[in-house]
Design a protein around this ligand. Structure first.
Ligand SMILES: Cc1cc2nc3c(=O)[nH]c(=O)nc-3n(C[C@H](O)[C@H](O)[C@H](O)COP(=O)(O)O)c2cc1C
Length: 332
């Protein structure tokens, strides 16, 4: 963004930058409308995983991640922004509306997070033996709180509960033809351009991990070392409500945690399968002692920087996800 842009251009540019956000199976299930004075974020139902994610939990979390990316893109240029979430009861697909405020100094923190958005990737390889420093973990839990949700790192027995819940969900998904068809459509092999998880991001064989990674449509081509995840930290992102408002906040928190983790050299792998299934979601609720609704599990760890990282996944061109609304008559 440069000086001399209209506010509509500033907003459209933030929406385009939000395209780098992570999303379930890289579906990018969002649509932005940039008006001269506001930016609106809509759920794009044509890219919802209707079998895997019928209620739109993962879709809404993904859109929340894009919302946070847009907020950071504006903050990195010094713009203040006001966000109203789910502003129209009559239109539940309108997830958020962003209005521009004053332009102030650029905060170094926002600049760092904006840069992290360019380099962040999902790395499914086992993490190294180095542990995530406790002070970094505390920082990440504070970041979650700032976004209105909670990040609970799991103790050993709780990691076993998560592993059981993930296996339970994976078994049901393996036998569900519609879920398998979605996996084939969005992951590995040939897919529509600009979306989905390419073979190069999928491990060539199942990594040795405490909690099983997602089984994609077929093995990929990402080389993995022989390490296991004994030193990884597993955690659950959770909150007070199991509804779109909670899921949207969870997505914003996921993005904030992931970008902060990237700044600190920590990798994050989302683990959503156990939340997608009602029975395994209930198992996670028990793990949380019924103190909150689970939104997403994750693995945090130090990636293997000694070997090449997985490549960046493709994205849709901005003109497929960002629509620029014309200025009202009489304004230009
Ligand atoms: C809500 C959500 C759930 C996800 N769940 C999983 C998962 O269960 N397993 C996995 O390997 N990746 C998961 N991912 C990571 C996505 O596959 C990844 O973000 C997407 O392919 C884009 O790649 P990138 O993160 O490298 O940009 C999830 C991401 C989001 C936002």
């Amino acid at each position: 963004m440069t000086a001399g842009q209209t506010s509509g251009e500033v907003l459209a540019s933030a929406a385009a930058a939000a395209g780098a956000a992570p999303s379930i199976h890289n579906t990018q299930p969002w649509r932005w409308v940039a008006h001269p004075d506001r930016l609106e974020l809509y759920a794009e139902r044509s890219r919802q995983l209707s079998a895997t994610d019928p209620e739109g939990r993962m879709l809404t979390i993904s859109c929340g991640a894009a919302l946070h990316h847009a907020r950071i893109a504006l903050a990195a240029q010094g713009w203040q922004a006001t966000v109203s979430r789910l502003p129209d009861r009559a239109d539940p697909d309108l997830l958020a509306r962003i209005s521009l405020g004053e332009r102030n100094g650029i905060s170094p923190e926002a600049a760092r997070l904006h840069h992290a958005a360019d380099i962040r990737v999902t790395d499914r390889r086992p993490v190294t033996r180095e542990r995530v420093p406790p002070e970094t973990l505390s920082r990440l839990t504070r970041v979650a709180e700032d976004e209105g949700v909670h990040l609970q790192p799991l103790r050993e027995g709780q990691v076993d509960d998560l592993a059981v819940a993930v296996n339970q969900a994976a078994e049901v998904h393996a036998g569900d033809l519609a879920v398998q068809a979605e996996l084939r459509r969005w992951t590995g092999g040939q897919r529509a351009e600009g979306t989905g998880v390419p073979d190069e991001s999928i491990p060539e064989q199942p990594p040795r991990t405490n909690v099983a990674g997602r089984t994609f449509a077929h093995p990929g081509s990402l080389p993995i070392g022989g390490d296991n995840d004994r030193t990884a930290t597993y955690a659950i992102l959770h909150g007070d409500t199991d509804d779109p408002a909670g899921w949207l906040r969870a997505g914003e928190a996921l993005s904030a945690i992931w970008l902060t983790a990237t700044v600190f050299g920590v990798g994050l792998l989302p683990i959503s399968e156990a939340v997608e299934m009602p029975a395994s979601r209930q198992t996670l609720r028990r793990t949380l002692s019924f103190l909150g609704w689970p939104y997403l599990a994750m693995r945090l760890g130090i990636p293997d920087y000694g070997h090449a990282e997985p490549p960046h996944t493709p994205r849709l061109p901005a003109d497929r996800t960002v629509q620029v609304a014309p200025a009202p008559a009489g304004q230009s």
